[in-house]
Design a binder for this molecule. Structure first.
Ligand code: SF4
Ligand code: SF4
Length: 79
């Protein structure tokens, strides 16, 4: 078995990609507040936080990049 490369665990949607291995250490969940389009939801906040793109909302994205800037762990990338 090979060791996972830098332990990245990327959840890919249509054009959002979230390294959820970084969300585990998150405490402010700033992506949720930052996106005025309501695209993100952080689940398991009390245990193992994980940012997800809310179903059927991805196309609301205007690619303003507020979310990629505000996430201090740089977990989010947008194509
Ligand atoms: S995407 Fe960034 S801000 Fe959102 S939960 Fe993950 S690490 Fe935290
Ligand atoms: S780029 Fe803007 S609209 Fe798209 S998910 Fe990020 S904050 Fe929301």
């Amino acid at each position: 078995m090979c060791v996972a490369e830098d332990q990245a665990n990327i959840d890919s949607y249509k054009f959002h990609h979230i390294d959820t291995s970084k969300c585990v250490q998150c405490q402010d969940f700033s992506c949720e507040e930052a996106c005025f389009r309501g695209i993100y939801e952080v689940i398991n906040k009390q245990t193992t936080p994980k940012c997800i793109v809310v179903q059927d909302r991805e196309d609301r994205c205007v690619k303003c990049h507020i979310c990629t800037t505000t996430c201090k762990y740089r977990a989010i990338t947008i194509d």
